[in-house]
Design a protein around this ligand. Structure first.
Ligand SMILES: [Zn+2]
Length: 262
């Protein structure tokens, strides 16, 4: 079976890429505790739990940055799981908690907006829904216009930014994060091979250009990540076909088994 990595189009320069994607992810409620490992230092997993609990002072206090020792993790996960009403095995150290949030400098009106993550407009979400796409959840992005003084940090450059003419509360496009929950393993990879440190259990992603999916250890989802790496998103052929047939813009699909992936 052929799988595809879902990624950005190719841009000539980083500035071109930024101008085509004038969005930035912003921190949501907070994090689960990070681990302080005697070998690795501070360890987080870069994973996110999408939920929308009321941001009470107690919760915000609980989700403030802090570190714990690796051997305290199990007990900590049980505790946070009970507070967030989530099974402890779904939680990871340093996990970001809350709904997706972002800010924007300009509306580029494409189907997919990239802000590190994939945000889709409702046309894409409807099409995926109709197709019965699996391994993906849709979470509405809480977007606002960047504050005018943030124009200095604008990824698109002052001359391209609309943000300075907008109130941060002015209406923003309806976008949905494509939250990938499907899972697979690369052929030949095991938990032992991706475990970099046995004290804190930190994972790494060896040989990142190698993306040969072991179909026997693929959960059958249309959208999935491999070897627990949330940054790599692969899709099935029917998803790529849908995007091409519908002409959804601002993303690219690269066959996953290809060597020397860019
Ligand atoms: Zn470690």
């Amino acid at each position: 079976m052929q799988f595809y990595r879902m990624t950005l189009p190719k841009f000539e320069t980083d500035l071109d890429e930024a101008r085509a994607n004038p969005f930035r992810e912003v921190r949501t409620l907070g994090w689960l505790p990070f681990l302080q490992c005697s070998v690795c230092g501070e360890v987080g997993t870069g994973t996110k739990l999408r939920c929308d609990p009321p941001p009470t002072n107690e919760l915000l206090e609980l989700l403030k940055y802090r570190t714990i020792r690796p051997n305290e993790w199990m007990e900590t996960a049980e505790y946070y799981g009970s507070v967030l009403n989530v099974s402890a095995d779904k939680l990871n150290p340093g996990m970001e908690i809350g709904p997706p949030r972002g800010e924007m400098w300009r509306d580029n009106a494409t189907h997919i907006r990239h802000a590190g993550l994939r945000w889709a407009n409702s046309e894409v979400v409807d099409a995926l829904d109709k197709l019965g796409a699996t391994g993906v959840q849709f979470h509405r992005v809480k977007l606002h216009w960047a504050f005018p003084w943030d124009d200095f940090f604008s990824p698109v450059g002052l001359e391209f930014s609309e943000a300075k003419r907008r109130e941060p509360s002015e209406s923003t496009p309806e976008l949905w994060e494509l939250t990938v929950v499907g899972q697979a393993w690369r052929r030949g990879m095991t938990l032992a091979k991706i475990t970099k440190c046995t004290i804190c259990g930190r994972f790494w992603f060896p040989d990142p250009n190698y993306l040969d999916v072991d179909e026997g250890r693929w959960d059958g989802s249309d959208f999935f990540s491999v070897d627990r790496n949330p940054n790599i998103v692969l899709v099935s052929e029917r998803i790529r076909d849908l995007f091409l047939a519908r002409g959804f813009l601002n993303c690219r699909f690269v066959p996953s088994s290809r060597e020397g992936f860019p």
